[in-house]
Design a protein around this ligand. Structure first.
Ligand code: CS2
Length: 490
């Protein structure tokens, strides 16, 4: 059956099973610009804002895509509307979200986007630009001043390409017009994401001009911990959503029931009442970020590399293998949890809830998707935990297996000799390192730890770390991922 396209004019005709915006969309005005309008933002923050627009319609979102125009092209035809399909074993529940008023292509509409960001109505600029969008050195957290986009933006400050360049140009325009700054809210999966954004934006502004640098020091950068699992949407998902809502949606989002958002309450220019939509507003987000990165994401990346190598396409399949479950259970319980300082939080219950979420049979979350950009993810997911434990002379067996899984994965050669499509900013460099090392675990280790922006010099020269990782690598080359996981998990 062919359906009409989802839009404001077809909203009333959607199936009764579809939840729709509970406010008058025509009365919503922009208060937030969001940079990096990917699937995650649309499954997370845009939903919280959608819950609040009935109370205050001045917080609509204008999204900006920094890289690809596909979201803009799809949502333009749908008046910004799209479906989130919330899936679990019990079924799929569709909800149409209306909080995104429009999407702008930062490359095509740079001037108009900067004008909007500089206008007084915009009080928050939020970000999901991924780890690499910060143009920083993940090991030190400092701006990478040699990054080609940063070099470009410092030479052409009025026509920036990078997220730091866009933020600083918009802030410079506000300063020139006598308009108070917006709050910058990072929603990326980085530790101390607000601090990181602040460090990078402040440095970029100071490099542009000392006075601007001083003015930008007063901008607020609250940190946030964000959590919702969002696999990429497939054509089969689109077909299912069309049937469920009774309209064609080119850009739906598939996600899980669980959602969590912990926000540092520091918004001098005001904010929506996020707590009314279920967000936790706290003084210090950092313990929550560490808990999520080290437990959820640390386990996720470990399952992604070792699962992919072991022939598992989806996380739920990995969870069907008892050795892998024992491995990540022990990784979280024995190695990650003792490094966390979370008085009042039941970490065992948090872990058990994560295991349940990973088991969600309806969520087709590919190991390959999570495996992407490992060089940017490893530091906060596994290496920080490893550092803390090594400093106390503690065991790192399972964490080191996660790292060895990554090293084996980025060789680009699967266990059956086929090619792995490694997506990573360092993919080419890593390919060359692996080609030089052949199947010599020691050489592969030495080549990869020389990526100092990932490992720092401390880990590169740490003997217990080297011994643990190369021991696992040897087993991965000789016996494969499934046998190695079974051996380590016991
Ligand atoms: C995943 C995360 O793709 C990945 O690297 O580990 O995107 C994960 O699904 C989210 O952080 C969950 O909040």
């Amino acid at each position: 059956m062919t359906h009409q396209r989802l839009s404001l004019s077809t909203l009333a005709a959607l199936t009764a099973a579809t939840t729709r915006p509970g406010y008058d969309r025509a009365g919503v005005t922009p208060g937030i610009v969001h940079l990096g309008i990917g699937a995650f933002h649309r499954a997370h923050m845009a939903v919280y804002v959608d819950d609040l627009l009935d109370e205050d319609p001045s917080w609509g979102i204008v999204g900006a895509s920094l890289r690809r125009p596909d979201t803009k092209e799809a949502l333009e035809k749908q008046d910004g509307l799209y479906t989130i399909a919330v899936r679990d074993a019990a079924g799929t529940h569709p909800r149409v979200i209306g909080s995104i008023l429009k999407v702008m292509d930062a490359n095509q509409e740079r001037a108009a986007l900067l004008d909007l960001m500089a206008s007084p109505a915009i009080r928050i600029v939020s970000l999901t630009v991924t780890e690499k969008g910060y143009c920083h050195d993940p090991a030190t957290g400092e701006l990478d001043e040699r990054h080609p986009d940063i070099v470009h933006d410092l030479a052409n400050p009025g026509a920036p390409k990078s997220a730091p360049g866009m933020l600083v140009e918009a802030l410079a325009r506000r300063k020139a017009a006598g308009i108070a700054p917006f709050t910058v809210m990072s929603c990326d999966n980085l530790p101390a994401n607000g601090q990181t954004a602040k460090r990078i934006v402040n440095r970029f502004a100071a490099l542009r001009d000392a006075e601007l640098g001083r003015w930008v020091q007063d901008v607020a950068f609250p940190s946030t911990m964000v959590d919702r699992i969002v696999p990429s949407t497939t054509d089969a998902d689109r077909a299912e959503v069309a049937g469920l809502i009774g309209a064609e949606d080119a850009w739906p989002i598939m996600t899980e029931p669980f959602t969590q958002w912990v926000i540092e309450d520091h918004f001098p220019a005001g904010r929506p009442a996020f707590e009314r939509a279920g967000a936790q507003l706290v003084k210090d987000v950092e313990p929550f970020e560490l808990m999520k990165l080290r437990m959820l994401n640390g386990a996720h990346s470990t399952m992604a590399y070792l699962g992919y190598l072991g022939g598992y396409e989806y996380i739920a399949e990995v969870m069907g293998d008892p050795s892998y479950v024992r491995l990540i259970h022990a990784l979280m319980t024995e190695e990650a949890m003792p490094t966390l300082d979370m008085p009042g939080t039941d970490l065992g219950a948090y872990r058990d809830q994560l295991l349940e979420r990973f088991r969600n049979p309806a969520l087709k979350h590919r190991t390959w998707q999570i495996a992407m950009d490992g060089s940017q993810k490893l530091p906060q997911r596994l290496l920080g935990t490893i550092r803390d434990r090594l400093a106390r002379g503690q065991d790192i067996t399972r964490l080191a297996l996660g790292v060895a899984g990554w090293m084996r994965y980025v060789t680009g050669v699967a266990e059956d000799g086929g090619e792995i499509d490694v997506r990573d900013p360092h993919a080419l460099k890593m390919h060359a390192i692996a080609a030089d090392a052949g199947d010599d675990p020691g050489a592969l280790f030495e080549g990869l730890v020389a990526l100092s922006e990932v490992f720092g010099t401390d880990l590169a020269t740490n003997a217990p770390f080297r011994d643990a990782v190369t021991g696992h690598l040897e087993s991965l080359f000789d016996h494969g991922a499934r046998a190695t996981v079974a051996k380590v998990a016991g």
